[in-house]
Design a protein around this ligand. Structure first.
Ligand code: SF4
Length: 422
C-alpha cells in the first residue's frame, strides 16, 4: 500500500469537502447493518446522527467528492469544467484511509461519496465502487455508506455498487426537461432515470432471492434517493412535486431532497448572483412532499395548474383546507381517518389516537390538545357546536387572512435569519 502524505491529503480534503456541500441528499441513513462480531461498528435503523451547517446542510457523514474534476459543464455546478476553481482528486486508498481514521475517532458515522466525472462515467463509478468494496471487505467497515451514482455508468457497476452501499442516489438535478437541456445539455431526464430503474429492479430482485436463499446479498438496503435543485431554472412548484410523485410511484424512492439554488456562478442562463431561493420555498416543498408520502395527498390536490406555486405564507395543508372549505368543518366523531389527517393541525399520530379514543368518548378541544393536535389551527376546521359559524360568511381570501393572523407561527429562514409566517 502506498504511503499517504497527510499534508497533501488535508489540502484535498479542504477542496473536496467544500465542493460536496451542495448535495443535500444524504441526511438520513435508514440503514440497519448489524455488526456480526468481526467488523468495526454498526449502522443503526434509526439513522445516523444529524448535524447541520449554518446554511442548513447536513454534515453528519464524511461527505466528500472523489474529485471535482469534471468533463461535463453543468451551468449550476461549481465543479463544471469551465469554472476556474482549485481542483483535486483523491485516490481510492486515500478515501478509504480517511473514512477509517474519522470513523475510529468517532468523528463520523459513515461516508457519503460523490464525484465529478473524470474520463467517463464508468471510469469514475469504478473508483467509487472500489472505495465501498475495500471498506466492506478489507477494512470490515460496518458503518453507513451512501454512494452517488455517476451519469453514464454501466448497469454492471450500479449492480455492484448496491452490494456494498447502504444507499444509492441518482440526482435528477433540474426538475424540467427544458431546464436540464438549457443548464446541463450533456444530460437528459431519460439518461438520469435509467439508473433509478436498475436500482429499483435490483432491490426487488434481491429481496425476492432472500426469501428463497437466506444468504443472498442485500442490495442498497436503505434504498435510493434523489435530489432536485430548485430555482436554478424557471420550473413551478407543481412541476417539482409532480416529478417527485412520479419518482415515489415508479421507482419507490425513499426520499427526494430539494436544494434551493444558491447563485454563486455568473452565467446568463442562471438567476442573478446574490438572489438565493428563499429557504421557506425549500421548506414548503418538503411539507408538500410529506403530505404526498404520509397524508394521502396527490400532487394535483396540493397545487393546481392555474396557481402552480406553493403559498409561502401558509403551509400546504392549511392552504389546501382554505381552498376546499366545502370539506369542512369535519366531525371528528364520525369522519374517516383519511379525512381527519387532512385537518390542519392534526398529524398522523393524533389522527390515529382520535380514531381509537372516539369509540369511548366524545372528543373535545381539550382532548385534542392532550393528544398533540395544534388546536389553535385545527379549531377552524372541526365541527365544534357552532363556534365557527361567524366565519362561514367570510370570502376565501378573508378567511385565509383571518386564520393566518390567528395562528401566526414563525418560520425562521436559517440562511437569511428572516422570519416568515409559517
Ligand atoms: S456532471 Fe456533476 S460534477 Fe460534473 S458539472 Fe455536472 S453536476 Fe457538476
Amino acid at each position: 500500500m502506498a504511503t499517504i502524505n497527510y499534508e497533501r491529503l488535508q489540502g484535498k480534503l479542504n477542496i473536496l469537502a467544500d465542493a460536496a456541500k451542495y448535495d443535500v441528499s444524504c441526511s438520513s441513513s435508514g440503514g440497519n447493518r448489524k455488526n456480526q462480531g468481526a467488523g468495526l461498528g454498526d449502522a443503526s435503523k434509526t439513522g445516523i446522527c444529524h448535524s447541520y451547517t449554518e446554511d442548513g446542510r447536513c454534515v453528519s457523514l464524511l461527505k466528500i467528492l472523489l474529485t471535482n474534476h469534471c468533463i461535463y459543464d453543468c451551468a449550476y455546478c461549481t465543479s463544471r469544467k469551465s469554472n476556474d476553481t482549485a481542483r483535486a482528486a483523491f485516490t481510492v486508498e486515500e478515501v478509504v484511509d480517511l473514512t477509517m481514521q474519522f470513523y475510529r475517532r468517532n468523528y463520523i458515522e459513515g461516508l457519503f461519496l460523490s464525484s465529478g466525472i473524470f474520463k467517463s462515467g464508468d471510469y469514475t463509478m469504478e473508483r467509487l465502487v472500489e472505495v465501498a468494496k475495500l471498506l466492506r471487505t478489507r477494512e470490515r467497515f460496518n458503518g453507513y455508506i451512501h454512494l452517488k451514482t455517476i451519469p453514464g455508468a454501466s448497469e454492471e457497476l450500479l449492480k455492484e455498487a448496491g452490494l456494498y452501499a447502504d444507499r444509492l442516489s441518482v440526482n435528477i438535478e433540474i426538475p424540467t426537461k427544458s431546464g436540464l437541456a438549457l443548464l446541463a445539455p450533456e444530460k437528459t431526464h431519460e439518461q438520469l432515470k435509467a439508473p433509478m430503474e436498475t436500482v429499483k429492479t435490483e432491490i426487488i430482485t434481491l429481496k425476492e432471492s432472500r426469501k428463497i436463499h437466506k444468504n443472498a446479498p442485500k442490495f442498497a438496503p436503505a434504498g435510493q434517493t434523489s435530489q432536485m435543485i430548485v430555482g436554478a431554472s424557471n420550473e413551478t412548484d407543481l412541476q417539482v412535486i409532480q416529478l417527485s410523485s412520479h419518482f415515489y410511484k415508479e421507482y419507490s424512492l425513499k426520499r427526494v431532497y430539494y436544494s434551493g439554488y444558491v447563485p454563486i456562478l455568473s452565467d446568463s442562463r442562471l438567476p442573478a448572483l446574490g438572489t438565493p431561493v428563499p429557504m421557506v420555498r425549500e421548506n414548503r416543498l418538503y411539507q408538500a412532499d410529506w403530505l404526498m408520502r404520509f397524508y394521502g395527498f396527490g400532487a394535483h390536490e396540493i397545487l393546481e395548474p392555474d396557481s402552480p406555486f406553493l403559498d409561502l405564507d401558509c403551509d400546504p395543508k392549511l392552504a389546501w383546507a382554505i381552498r376546499h372549505r366545502e370539506h369542512f368543518p369535519v366531525n371528528i366523531q364520525t369522519a374517516s381517518y383519511e379525512m381527519i389527517v387532512r385537518i390542519p393541525g392534526i398529524g398522523t399520530k393524533t389522527a390515529k389516537k382520535i380514531v381509537n379514543a372516539r369509540k369511548f368518548n366524545q372528543i373535545s378541544l381539550e382532548h385534542l390538545k392532550k393528544m398533540g393536535a395544534a388546536v389553535n389551527r385545527a379549531k377552524y376546521f372541526i365541527a365544534t357546536t357552532g363556534k365557527n359559524e361567524h366565519l362561514a360568511h367570510l370570502t376565501r381570501d378573508n378567511f385565509r387572512q383571518y386564520v393566518l393572523v390567528q395562528t401566526q407561527t414563525k418560520f425562521k429562514d436559517q440562511r437569511s435569519g428572516q422570519l416568515a409566517l409559517f
